[in-house]
Design a protein around this ligand. Structure first.
Ligand code: ADP
Ligand code: MG
Length: 479
């Protein structure tokens, strides 16, 4: 899912990664610290135990020392040594002379040391003194009953129980693992979010910018075309208007002319000869056609002008009203009835559409363009079918116009929205219908899409937002 990160993405993710690494190190560090702290606690409890044993012994032997009952002293010492932590116990008088001494080798029973001897005793006013070397914790406790009688020297093994240590190590290890893993998981979520918000937002922004630029360019193009169209339409409209009405007059004049020529008194031999010489019969026949054809041609020019005008008009700020698209669709079908006759049946599958904020006359124009295109696409002599479907979700409505005509080849499909692109005979098509339609739909903040398969048919889909879009790159006004 993650693609290779670009330099910019790395840059945005790096701080989070560094924080993650620092956090993991911190967790491991605190795990290690916890381990040593627990170990110290174990040591402390060892000191405490040694101290308790010594002071207990002091209390137990003080009376016997006064009466010099060393047998009892010894039995108390043996009792103390029943604790396997104790390595040796010595009892001395204040000068350091050993009164009684027991020692044990690890794992053995304690044994008496018989040789009387002196050992150095601490020179201190403290009641208890503790020290430690590699092998033992040594505790000196003063025996005092009114006056100082001597010292108890008690040595305990200076080693932590390996079972205790192992379980301690295990505990701290697992705690560290747990906290590092949970840290990584939390950080992962954090990173993932960071990735999405920072990197994806950048992508989205770029994509949007791209699209906006494209639309801007497109609407610029359309706007200038619209201006051009409006200018051309205006220039041509007037002359075409009077040429067309003049032709109508001319047709009437011709009729009058013929009547006069056909009058019986004109039917002299001389007149017949003149008629024959000038091919009158043919000219008479042909003139009517000529005028009719000219009128037709001018009519087509007029249609083009109308299209151009519509085209220009789509760029003008339009009036939005909440409209029932189905009403517009049905009235458009009425208008198109003549075009549909003998070419295609129409099947409606209408959804439950809400009112849509739009300029209904423009949307109707789009419907008309699509329906007429579908009808015109049907091959001669075959009755086609046009399926019109509407549907919606909470934000958009869509209208599909599907035909079972010949379809559009891929290389043509690319061009059908271009202004003036047409595959129809000059006069039948202006090539403006789809480009006008697309412009209208885009002005509405929607889209007009096509899919087509050669030999199967073509589907145009209009998607429109239900609410009028607030902001939209508006084309330059014209006309
Ligand atoms: N339903 C359709 N089936 C097949 N081809 C179509 C269909 N609609 C449009 N076209 C193609 O797209 C071209 C452009 O359409 P349009 O812009 O309406 O211009 P015009 O209809 O004047 O040619 C048409 O000439 C035709 O080749
Ligand atoms: Mg058309």
């Amino acid at each position: 899912m993650l693609h290779r990160l670009s330099a910019a993405e790395w840059k945005s993710i790096k701080p989070a990664l560094l924080i993650g690494l620092a956090l993991a190190l911190l967790q491991i560090g605190s795990g290690v610290a916890a381990y040593y702290q627990s170990k110290n606690l174990l040591w402390e409890s060892k000191y405490q135990t040694a101290q308790n044993l010594s002071t207990g012994l002091v209390v137990a032997v003080a009376d016997q020392m006064v009466v010099k009952d060393y047998a009892s002293v010894e039995s108390r010492i043996v009792q103390t040594m029943s604790n396997v932590e104790v390595a040796s116990v010595m009892l001395t008088d204040m000068s350091g002379r050993v009164l009684s001494a027991l020692k044990r080798d690890p794992g053995q029973k304690p044994r008496l040391l018989f040789d009387p001897y002196w050992i150095p005793t601490p020179d201190s006013h403290e009641e208890v003194i503790q020290s430690r070397d590699d092998a033992y914790i040594t505790t000196w406790a003063k025996v005092n009953l009114g006056s100082d009688l001597g010292w108890v020297k008690l040595q305990t093994y200076n080693q932590l129980d390996s079972a205790d240590l192992t379980s301690l190590r295990q505990q701290t290890f697992w705690l560290s693992v747990l906290s590092v893993v949970s840290g990584i998981v939390i950080l992962g979520v954090f990173l993932w979010r960071a990735y999405f918000t920072v990197v994806k937002r950048e992508h989205m922004f770029e994509a949007k910018l791209d699209e906006a630029t494209k639309r801007l360019v497109q609407s610029e193009k359309l706007a200038s075309l619209g201006e051009l169209a409006a200018g051309v339409a205006h220039e041509i409209n007037n002359p075409v208007g009077y040429v067309s009405s003049n032709l109508t007059s001319l047709q009437k004049y011709l009729a009058a002319y013929e009547k006069v020529l056909d009058a019986p008194e004109a039917n002299t031999d001389e007149m017949l000869a003149v008629k024959k010489k000038h091919n009158y019969a043919f000219i008479r026949e042909d003139l009517q056609n000529l005028v009719k054809e000219t009128q037709e041609g001018v009519g087509r020019v007029k249609a083009i002008i109308q299209d151009l005008k519509d085209y220009a008009r789509t760029n003008v700020a339009s009036h939005y009203v909440a409209s029932d698209l189905h009403i517009g669709l049905k009235s458009t079908l009425n208008i198109a009835r003549n075009q549909l006759k003998n070419r295609a049946d129409v099947r409606l599958s209408l959804g439950n559409l809400p009112l849509v904020e739009c300029t209904p006359s423009q949307i109707d124009q789009v419907f008309l363009n699509l329906i007429v295109n579908a009808a015109q696409a049907m091959p001669e002599g075959k009755m086609g079918l046009i399926d019109i479907r509407t549907d919606c979700n909470e934000r958009e409505v869509w209208i599909e116009v599907q035909d079972n005509g010949p379809g559009i080849a891929p290389e043509i499909l690319k061009k059908i929205f271009d202004p003036f692109f047409t595959t129809k005979d000059p006069g039948t098509g202006t090539g403006l219908g789809l480009s006008v339609s697309q412009n209208i739909i885009q002005q509405h903040g929607g889209k007009l899409e096509v899919s087509s398969a050669v030999g199967v048919g073509t589907t145009f889909t209009i998607t429109l937002p239900i609410k009028r879009p607030v902001k939209h790159p508006v084309a330059k006004g014209s006309a």
